[in-house]
Write a protein of this length. Structure first.
Length: 117
């Protein structure tokens, strides 16, 4: 199973970006999909995740600004990021809890989001 993320880039404060991630391979079912981010010198932290039933969970710092969504037919997850702030600058990672022959957590390659002030 592979996760391919796209959509990062450079944006001014107050702007928007949309991240997308597609899962491919031998997938029987995907439980949760979501996004984490890593600030320099720190561990990855949850940004937003969405369960198979559609329930979403957000970090307090992004509530009201970010929206996570899934395309179940295409095994994709999206993160719409609005009202971006310089402190959102980080590497963003796609994450998926996949049921294949085994239940395994997978990570995408990371995509840089830079918000200029």
């Amino acid at each position: 199973v592979q996760l391919q993320a796209s959509g990062g880039g450079l944006v001014q404060a107050g702007g928007s970006l949309r991240l997308s991630c597609a899962a491919s391979g031998k997938i029987f079912n995907i439980n949760a999909m979501g996004w984490y981010r890593r600030f320099p010198g720190k561990q990855r932290e949850l940004v937003a995740e969405i369960a198979s039933g559609g329930r979403a969970n957000y970090a307090d710092s992004v509530k009201g600004r970010f929206t996570v969504s899934r395309d179940y037919a295409k095994n994709m997850v999206h993160l719409q990021m609005n009202s971006l702030k310089p402190e959102d600058t980080a590497v963003y990672y796609c994450n998926a809890d996949v049921q294949s022959y085994f239940r395994t957590e997978y990570w995408g390659q990371g995509t840089q989001v830079t918000v200029s002030s």
